[in-house]
Ligand binder design. Structure first.
Ligand code: SF4
Ligand code: SF4
Length: 379
């Protein structure tokens, strides 16, 4: 017996969706990766993005397949820039090409404005630099908003992938965790002001867990010891804490870019919404949210906080299926026909997220694949 007609229609719609993701992803990834390596690696990465799109559309399991894509992208980042396989861990020679770090952008933003002001005053201001950077950031923020932290960020992919590994949390995050949820905003404001006052990238110097690029203040003294201590604290928050708690601890409490995107993400129309009036307060969605972005007092109603980064993990957790992707707070009206399901807020958001996520990761993922081919090709 062949597949039933509705499964066939679903598969056909998922195939169209995958093709819609594949074509622009191919364009971006071959263009970005093709500057230095064979375009075939970009093609392989575009296939992976399209395969993820197909799996999400066909099964409806957004977060499961997103997480695979996101974690593979983060692993590829580690492989290409931070670790060299087979023994030479933390090889400093691989830092020189590390892409511009978006996390540094937020705490250093006031310094950037100040530098632009100085350039303007001295008559050496260049129009295209700020416009290109600003336009790229605005494009990503409008297209992906807070979703950046669950679909594109290489740090987020590590935290998210590790938080998925344990079956149960060994340590439970209590209500204190929700109370500390504004910590990244405070950290962002502090780092912005301290960076401006010292004209140094304060967050990168003191807290970045991968601060292995030689950015230390003192070659040997106590300052270097203190910087190491804070770096390992942040590294533990990124690697160890998710394994113990099943929560994305670094992203939820120590990432200033998460606070930055939570604020500017308002420009993006997509949200996760909970159907009003039907919540029983069972808190199952609270338990599964990896970024502690749902609040629900005992006996109360669940509420999505501005820190939600649209990972989709809560979609399948609610017994009444109350969570859904919305655009401008609205579900899009159902469209008839085989391809009608593609015109949903969920599909449009996933399209945008996979496209921007795969374009950004084209800076390293195809190159990591080439590294693997080289390593296994020589053995
Ligand atoms: S509220 Fe849902 S979509 Fe938002 S971060 Fe939490 S689990 Fe992910
Ligand atoms: S899982 Fe559903 S019913 Fe339970 S608290 Fe969350 S939204 Fe309410």
């Amino acid at each position: 017996m062949g597949p039933n007609p509705s499964a066939r229609k679903k598969a056909a719609a998922a195939g169209v969706f995958a093709a819609l993701v594949f074509i622009p992803a191919l364009l971006f990834s071959t263009m970005i990766a093709g500057r230095e390596i064979s375009r075939l690696y970009g093609l392989a990465w575009a296939f992976f993005a399209a395969g993820t799109a197909y799996a999400i559309s066909y099964t409806g399991r957004v977060s499961f397949y997103r997480r695979i894509f996101f974690s593979v992208s983060a692993l590829a980042f580690l492989l290409h820039f931070k670790l060299s396989l087979f023994g030479k861990a933390f090889d400093p020679s691989c830092f020189k090409d590390t892409p511009f770090c978006h996390i540094a952008m937020a705490p250093y933003f006031l310094n950037y404005l100040y530098q632009q002001y100085l350039a303007l005053m001295s008559g050496g201001w260049k129009l295209w630099g700020p416009i290109t950077l600003g336009a790229a950031w605005l494009f990503v923020t409008i297209g992906l908003g807070r979703g950046w932290c669950s679909w594109a960020c290489f740090y987020g992919g590590i935290d998210d992938g590790l938080s998925a590994l344990p079956g149960r949390p060994l340590l439970k995050t209590g209500r204190w965790a929700l109370k500390a949820r504004d910590l990244p905003a405070a950290l962002l404001i502090f780092a912005m002001l301290a960076s401006l006052a010292t004209m140094l990238p304060v967050y990168c110097l003191w807290l970045c867990p991968f601060k292995l690029t030689g950015s230390f203040l003192d070659q040997q003294g106590y300052l270097r010891g203190l910087q190491y201590a804070l770096m390992f604290f942040a590294l533990a928050a990124l690697v160890l804490a998710p394994l113990l708690t099943k929560k994305r601890i670094f992203c939820s409490f120590l990432c200033p870019f998460a606070a930055w995107q939570a604020f500017w993400g308002r420009l993006n129309p997509f949200r996760i919404s909970i159907e009003e009036g039907k919540c029983t307060g069972c808190r199952r969605c609270v338990a599964v949210c990896p970024t502690l972005a749902i609040s629900c007092a005992p006996g109360g109603k669940a509420e999505i906080l501005p820190y939600c980064n649209l990972c989709g993990q809560c979609l399948g957790a609610c017994p009444a299926r109350l969570h859904t992707y919305t655009a401008f707070g609205l579900k899009l009206p159902a469209v008839e026909g085989a391809l009608g399901r593609l015109v949903s807020a969920e599909h449009i958001f996933v399209f945008s997220a996979l496209l921007l996520g795969s374009a950004f990761s084209s800076l390293w993922a195809p190159a990591a694949l080439r590294d693997l081919v080289k390593i296994f090709g020589t053995h």
